[in-house]
Structure formats: structure tokens, C-alpha cells
Design a protein around this ligand. Structure first.
Ligand SMILES: Nc1ncnc2c1ncn2[C@@H]1O[C@H](COP(=O)(O)OP(=O)(O)OP(=O)(O)O)[C@@H](O)[C@H]1O
Ligand SMILES: [Mg+2]
Length: 253
């Protein structure tokens, strides 16, 4: 589904070049739920922005279902972003003046592509994520977890190839976080969704099939859940994160 091959990305800071991604390689399979974890500044958001074509890579390839995204022109990139990718952000990014249902349909409203069938799929997504009872409410009238489940439904309305989420549970308490992770798991099992999620939250990551630990712009460790229980997998993640931190401290000595 997604193949990232040796991606390098640097930013100019003043007159010096600062390399953020230093040869990232990653494959995400269709229907996989993958988390990216790592210290602040390790390049997680930069990686998501490169995949979403918000920023160009310096070198390397990013293939989405075989299409090299760096070879696309502006129009084609806009199409990929609207149709092939769904986005969920830390701060929900819902429009205050629209109801939950209209927020979910927003990608279609923007492209002037509202139909009865699409209204029915918005209603289905509301059902799937347990937000049917609030679909006529406005964002100011619902909880953080409900807002984020609305955002997950919106990310799915165009049946994208992949959902990209940057710290989707970052602003939520543990109960709401769990509801959002359940929404992702539902999207995966009921709709076959492929999800790439950046998170600092080992609890959220422990529900994923695979967790990528990024450190200094490179993949440090990959942890696979397999048949492990969620809590055992979370322990394994916490150990790996701690170990990564200790290595960091050693380097500083
Ligand atoms: N547009 C930019 N110009 C210059 N430097 C940037 C730019 N965007 C990001 N950086 C730098 O690149 C590094 C990686 O940033 P990035 O946002 O990818 O980190 P992150 O892993 O998402 O961190 P966090 O967990 O805090 O969100 C940081 O040191 C950041 O300051
Ligand atoms: Mg970030």
C-alpha cells in the first residue's frame, strides 16, 4: 500500500542544513494499523507531511499503491490528498458552524459531490463510531472524544487508501482516547482501513499491529504485536522506549 524508500529530508536553518529524516524505509500493508513513536523532534510529523505531500522530500521515494508521489503535479497531489488520504489531527479541525453530520460530509461538500448514497454512508459511519445520537449537534456541544470520532468518520467518507493521524489522542483523556482507538480498530475490521498513526501514547500504540520507533530521523526499532496481549505489548513498547532514551543519555556522556 505504502512504500517509503530511503527518504531524506532536511531543512535550512539560517545558513546551515539540518537533516531531519536520514534514510527512512518503511512498508505499510493494506489493512495494517501502524504506529510511529519516538522522542519529540525525531521527525514523526515531518515523515507524515512528506507522505501527504505537504513538503517535498530531498531524495528517496514514497509510493502510494505504486504511484510515486514526488512525480505528481499540484493538481494530482490535491487529488491524492482529497481522495486517497484521510487526515486526523490532534486538534480535531472540525468546522464550528457545521453539524457533526455536515463535518463528516465536508470533503464531499467541498468537491460539490453530495449525493443520497453519500449521506447514507455518513450515517453508516456515525453508527459505526457510536455518534448517531449527536449527528445534528455542533462541535461546541460535544466532547473531545466525540469530536475526534467525528474527525475519524470524516477521514473515511471518501474511502481513502490510507488514514494518516498525527497524535489523534494527544488532547484526550484516557476514556476518550480509548473510544478513538476503538474507532480506528472498527475502521480496520469493518472497512479494511489502513492506518498510520503518530503517537506519544504507548496505550494507543499497543492496539496497533506494528509500532515503528523513530530516533534522530531513522527507524531505530520495529515492534510487532503478533499474538501478544495488549498489556504485554504495551510493556514491550515502554521497555523499548526507555532503552532508546538510555542510549541517548549514553551518547550525551
Ligand atoms: N519547516 C521547518 N523548518 C525548519 N525545521 C523544521 C521544520 N519542520 C520541522 N523542523 C525541525 O525538524 C525536527 C523534527 O520535527 P518534527 O515536527 O517532525 O518532530 P516530531 O517527531 O513530530 O516531534 P513532536 O513529537 O514534538 O511532534 C525538529 O527539530 C523541528 O524543529
Ligand atoms: Mg509532531
Amino acid at each position: 500500500m505504502l512504500n517509503i524508500k530511503d527518504v531524506h529530508k532536511s531543512f535550512m536553518v539560517g545558513s546551515s542544513k539540518y537533516e531531519v529524516l536520514k534514510g527512512v524505509k518503511l512498508d505499510v500493508k493494506s489493512g495494517e494499523f501502524v504506529a510511529v513513536m519516538g522522542p519529540s523532534g525525531s521527525g514523526k510529523t515531518t515523515l507524515l507531511n512528506c507522505i501527504s505531500c505537504y513538503i517535498p522530500v530531498d531524495s528517496g521515494e514514497i509510493l502510494l499503491k505504486g504511484t510515486d508521489l514526488s512525480k505528481l503535479d499540484g493538481n494530482q497531489i490535491a487529488k491524492v490528498r482529497n481522495k486517497e488520504l484521510g487526515f486526523v489531527f490532534q486538534d480535531f479541525m472540525l468546522l464550528d458552524g457545521l453539524t457533526v453530520r455536515d463535518n463528516i460530509m465536508l470533503p464531499r461538500i467541498i468537491s460539490n459531490n453530495v449525493s443520497k448514497a453519500m449521506e447514507a454512508s455518513a450515517d453508516k459511519l456515525c453508527e459505526l463510531f457510536g455518534i448517531s445520537h449527536i449527528k445534528n449537534k455542533y462541535p461546541a456541544e460535544i466532547s473531545g472524544g466525540e469530536k475526534q470520532r467525528t474527525a475519524v468518520a470524516r477521514a473515511l467518507i471518501n474511502e481513502p487508501l490510507m488514514i494518516m493521524a498525527d497524535e489523534p489522542t494527544g488532547n484526550l483523556d484516557s476514556k476518550s482516547s480509548k473510544a478513538v482507538i476503538e474507532a480506528f480498530l472498527n475502521a480496520k475490521s469493518s472497512l479494511g482501513a489502513t492506518i498510520l498513526m503518530v503517537t506519544h501514547d504507548s496505550f494507543a500504540a499497543s492496539y496497533c499491529d506494528r509500532v515503528i520507533l523513530l530516533k534522530d530521523g531513522q527507524i531505530d526499532t520495529i515492534k510487532i504485536r503478533e499474538e501478544k496481549s495488549r498489556s504485554d505489548f504495551q510493556k514491550e513498547l515502554l521497555d523499548a522506549i526507555q532503552k532508546m532514551g538510555e542510549e541517548n543519555d549514553d551518547e550525551k556522556l
